[in-house]
Design a protein around this ligand. Structure first.
Ligand code: NAD
Ligand code: GLY
Length: 351
């Protein structure tokens, strides 16, 4: 088992990675208080025996699977159930699932009685390499991604790569998308990926990368928990990615991959990203997309989606669209364009 500590000015948490983490930690974490589990319908159906074994007697809230359920109605239903079953301040919430469950479950834990203990048990590759770590919790509202949320650190994150065995290729691709994001920020991860592009669906290989990504994220979050500086780097590809996600029906990980593709091309075109390095990064992005190609995506109308980038949380009141982009190996920067410039550059980038 690998153990990574994440300490912020106000809290600390432990991230554990390995196929032994559940047996080693769950009986300790579930003992001595009421427990409440949030999961989704797919995970619950696949892992019913697992839930019966580790959460016998706990209240289990099963959210219908899908990003469209990461909303206020679901949050309200979870909080209502937490209250109805009489959770107290010392009760503990376990979020068992992908990033949707982690985000909404974490937010419910942050809100209930102004905050109860939360454990994240991520079951998708995307959640294992990224979303379960760092304490961002949120729901979507009014067609805007993650617009209502809180920074709320889990006391523990248990990452068991065995969950990845049931993931379909499309979900593996989404997780690899976030790994490519870490490659854009971290030269060591970049080199490992570039040297092993034939292993992007090899679970043993991906498992090795989980620790490297989580360690990178923990370092960034420790330095800048509330995203006023360095943490903005973790949004590489996300400004355009969120716009694509809201407009296209593609999932988060896939949208971020296309976001990275287009934003890197824009950054190369503007001279912001070093060209030879940028081409190597684009090659990694394209390899990830090829894991489960989207045969039916059409970006010819992307200038309409561009409008959605206006609501990105990195934007300020100056009307500019802000993107976190790779500049060179181990280097990133914020790249800002006025809206019309952004729309034009994006149209150019999809060609
Ligand atoms: P998801 O939670 O929707 O999971 C993807 C699909 O995989 C779902 O259908 C789910 O039911 C299924 N699934 C989960 N575990 C499985 C397993 N072990 N086997 C088979 N199927 C399984 O999506 P995601 O890609 O995990 O996460 C995307 C979400 O995460 C988005 O809402 C995004 O905004 C959020 N996110 C948050 C952060 C953060 O820092 N908080 C970072 C990145 C993404
Ligand atoms: N996924 C971006 C962040 O956690 O900051």
């Amino acid at each position: 088992m690998e153990t990574i500590l994440l300490k912020t000015p106000t809290t600390s948490g432990t991230i554990r990675v390995g196929t032994d983490v559940i047996d080693a930690r769950l009986h300790v974490l579930t003992a001595g208080q009421k427990n409440f589990v949030v999961t989704d319908s797919n995970v619950y159906a696949l892992y019913q025996d697992w839930f019966a074994r580790y959460f016998n007697g706990a209240e289990i809230f099963v959210l219908p699977a899908g990003e469209e359920n990461k909303n206020f109605q679901s949050l309200y239903a979870i909080l209502e159930k937490m209250s109805a079953v009489g959770l107290h301040r010392n009760s503990r919430l376990f979020a068992v699932g992908g990033g949707v469950v982690g985000d909404i479950g974490g937010l419910a834990a942050a809100l209930y009685m102004r905050g109860i203990s939360c454990v994240q048990i991520p079951t998708t590759l995307l959640a294992q390499v990224d979303s379960s770590v760092g304490g961002k919790t949120a729901v979507d509202l009014g067609g805007v991604k993650n617009i209502v949320g809180a920074f709320y650190q889990p006391c523990e994150v248990l990452i068991d790569p065995a969950f990845l065995r049931t993931l379909p290729p499309r979900e593996i691709k989404c997780g690899v998308g976030e790994i490519v994001k870490y490659a854009a920020l971290n030269g060591k991860i970049f080199d490992i990926l570039e040297e092993n592009t034939d292993k992007l669906t090899d679970l043993a290989f991906l498992t090795e990368l989980i620790v490297a990504c989580v360690q990178h994220k923990a370092n960034v979050v420790q330095a800048d928990e509330k995203e006023s500086g360095e943490r903005r780097s973790l949004n590489v590809g996300h400004t355009t990615g969120h716009a694509i996600e809201l407009s296209s029906g593609l999932s988060h990980g896939e949208s971020v991959l296309y976001g990275m593709l287009f934003e890197t091309r824009m950054a190369i075109g503007a001279g912001v990203c070093e060209s030879a390095y940028g081409q190597r990064l684009l090659a990694l992005v394209e390899k990830a997309i090829a894991i489960a190609p989207n045969t039916d995506v059409d970006f010819s109308q992307i200038d309409k989606d561009a409008e959605k980038a206006r609501s990105d949380k990195k934007n300020l009141d100056d009307g500019k669209i802000k993107m976190a982009v790779a500049k060179d190996k181990n280097e990133w920067t914020m790249f800002a364009l006025g809206f019309e410039e952004y729309r034009t550059a994006l149209l150019q980038a999809v060609k």
